[in-house]
Design a protein around this ligand. Sequence first.
Ligand SMILES: *Cc1c(COP(=O)(O)O)cnc(C)c1O
Length: 420
Amino acid sequence: MTTTPLPNSSQSDANTATQHPDALGRFGQFGGKYVPETLMPALSELEQAFQQYSNDPDFQQELQYLLKDYVGRPSPLYFAERLTAHYAKPDGSGLQIYLKREDLNHTGAHKINNALAQVLLAKRMGKQRIIAETGAGQHGVATATVCARFGLECIVYMGVHDMERQALNVFRMRLMGATVQPVAAGTGTLKDATSEAIRDWVTNVETTHYILGSVAGPHPYPMLVRDFQAIIGKETRAQCQEKWGGLPDILLACVGGGSNAMGLFHDFVNEPSVRLIGIEAAGEGLDSEKHAATLTRGRPGVLHGAMSYLLQDDEGQVIEPHSVSAGLDYPGVGPEHSYLKDSGRAEYYAVTDEDAIAALRRLSELEGIIPALETAHAIAYLETLCPQLTGSPRIVINCSGRGDKDVHTVAKFITLGEGN
Ligand SMILES: *Cc1c(COP(=O)(O)O)cnc(C)c1O
């Protein structure tokens, strides 16, 4: 990858998109298509449709209209004044913290950007049946939402364990007419739900489109989902330009599969002055074996159709991940993040359950914004990052989702009394 800054930075997104992945869907050694032969035609068909329609004015017009009037875009870039003051140096100088408010989107997270664009593709490809996997239920809800909007059949695969801890989202999906298909295999979590969705797709590939929810899976998904989420970074660039006439200095986002982080990063990958930081879940601690810190602790391997960092034992068996946040509880990670890590372009760190819960509380109290537990991992990293910074950097954090879905979980960990 070239790291040369582009002469016209407003065109950087188009240029990076053509650099990676390569024609085989690889980001360096990562990515690719490790799938049964029966899926190869479907992946090619999807790639072709994506190339055709992403440059099609009708498709773009419909997508832009729905992103605006249905999803509520553009999402604001909000200056977090009290959070900034919390981390300010004693003389009042120092950093500035901004939140990219994806939590304000319809259905409460960034997932809808991708689900909406993919359902428009599916419609044009003549597919009437939609399947999806979900962990926390946010991607399932986003998919059920867009299927209701377009009157398409929707089947969401969800682990039985996740169905229990995210019962509210199960109910939301069913309210919108989706079938939630329980997956009891393995540990009944996201990995098992994803395997089951792929199995369905192999069987029903003629009629069915699989709306994958992150920048993971076989090519073209990591590229396609990234490009549909890249609107986050494009808006951020324009909003920074409008607010201070320049670029942000640091971009910070949580990483599960990696779609909200890639969506924010993509437009800035070729801007070497912009630091890119992704935060994984350290669960009960990196040495506890109960974590989901794939990039920090994993090794390259193949899962769900792609080569990427993976939590695996010495025999290559996938190790069950753990995170208090169901959306980060995944043993793999999108291949482009593995590439950005190894090339040194992006940095990845991990934050524990405990620190994420403390950060959720901090943002709630300081800004009146209850973030998703996933997002709270990125917020928590400010505790480590801010004391290391010099000068007056502007930090943009992707506020990937709202915390309503997590209040129940958080209530088990903290007690709020009178006057707190
Ligand atoms: C699903 C989810 C995530 C994790 O997924 P990515 O693909 O890594 O973005 C993060 N935040 C929220 C709010 C989510 O719903």
